[in-house]
Ligand binder design. Structure first.
Ligand SMILES: [Zn+2]
Length: 384
């Protein structure tokens, strides 16, 4: 297996690039491209529409199919978090490596890059593909243009390993994410005459209440013990409305989301909310303001992931980790998109999801070592 010190050095470099999703990831991608080039490997970049970001695809070895090792380069913001040390300087304390993205998921990328000389040194039965995306943290947007090229300009891997932090457990399913914006349009009025207005915030409050009611109903009707919690969850995340205390507000926006089980009907919840608005809210609102409305708009959708029963990807990850069981998780990854694009996927990577997105994010050295061993064993597994 590759050396831990190489993986640590690479992780220090990767953490040094502030690749918060809102920013460019091109410095990181250029670094990776140069590193691969020094190892004699060419890479293809798939730029974003505005050219500020890019995904990277590189292949080691020859032949059809192959194993794709997939990670996202972006990370979540550090704003509002209290960190013990600089989030963009890798810092070691007590067997843990601290820094933004160490766990989610630059630790995995560092292990993959550190293993490149090893991949190169062996004659492989099938190739290894390195796939690095952007904008995963904002609806898995960045990997989608790359997926469209698989089987066309880019080789389609036989199996994809998504190295999100699972503590090296084998994950064969995850929930979907659907983000909605609900906009209430009422009618403005002087607050001394509320009866001639339609208060958009008051209507929104009733919608929030209905979202919570539907969420509670789902919690008692769905039960899939493969996931924790074992049902789809629905929650309101943001609300914004009104202009002044003495004005009946005309508009109010609610942003909410569903984390749905793979088996759940994704359209059921917005359908119920629309029916509630149509029956219980709009008739009253339109008596005062015929133009009043409640719009429910889908903003982002990340598909659920559910590996096929005889998935090659799951079998490979189980063989390499020695695991005898698989689990599902409630956070979403790019695995569902890969699976939809015809690449059997599995999620397995170093670090604990509990540290992802948190202040003082870290990956333990033991987890990096486990990942390096996994990649070393993969190399042996693929040896011609
Ligand atoms: Zn992630």
């Amino acid at each position: 297996m590759a050396s831990l010190s190489d993986a640590k050095d690479l992780l220090a470099k990767l953490v040094g690039f502030d690749t918060t999703s809102a920013k460019s990831n091109l410095d990181l991608i250029t670094f990776v491209q140069d590193y691969l080039h020094r190892n004699g490997i060419a890479s293809t970049l798939v730029p974003s529409a505005d050219d500020r970001k890019a995904s990277l695809y590189a292949t080691i070895g020859d032949g059809e199919g192959g194993i794709g090792l997939s990670g996202h380069s972006d990370c979540v913001p550090v704003e509002g978090q209290t960190w013990t040390s600089d989030p963009f300087t890798l810092t070691e304390r007590d067997g843990k490596l601290y820094g933004r993205g160490t766990c989610d998921m630059k630790g995995f990328i560092a292990c993959v890059l550190a293993s490149v000389p090893l991949f190169k040194a062996r004659k492989l039965k099938e190739p290894i593909h390195i796939i690095i995306s952007y904008d995963e943290e904002v609806g898995c947007a960045g990997v989608r243009p790359l997926l469209a090229l698989l089987g066309e300009n880019l080789p389609r891997p036989r199996v994809i390993i998504v190295g999100e932090p699972t503590s090296m457990q084998v994950i064969d399913g995850h929930k979907r994410i659907d983000v909605y914006l609900t906009t209430v349009t009422g009618k403005e009025a002087h607050s001394s005459l509320p009866a001639i207005g339609v208060n958009a915030i008051s209507v929104a409050a009733k919608l929030v209440d209905e979202i919570d009611r539907v969420a509670a109903e789902i919690a008692t009707t769905e039960n899939d013990p493969h996931f924790e919690p074992p049902y789809s969850t629905v929650s309101v995340g943001m609300i914004e409305g009104g202009t002044a205390p003495n004005i009946v507000p005309k508009t109010c926006e609610i942003r909410w989301q569903i984390r749905g089980l793979p088996s759940a009907d994704a359209d059921a919840v917005p359908g119920k909310l629309a029916a509630f608005a149509e029956k219980s809210l709009l008739p009253q609102m339109r008596k005062v303001a015929p133009e009043a409305s409640v719009e429910i708009e889908s903003q982002t959708s990340v598909p659920a992931f559910s590996a096929a029963p005889q998935s090659d990807a799951v079998a490979l990850a189980m063989a390499l980790t020695g695991a005898n069981r698989t689990s599902g998780v409630s956070y979403a990854t790019e695995a569902g998109l890969f699976e939809k694009a015809g690449c059997p996927a599995v999620v397995c990577g170093p670090g604990d999801i509990a540290q992802a997105h948190a202040a003082d994010e870290f990956v333990s050295i033991a987890q990096l070592e486990a990942c390096l061993k996994f990649l070393g064993d993969l190399t042996e597994h693929l040896r011609a």
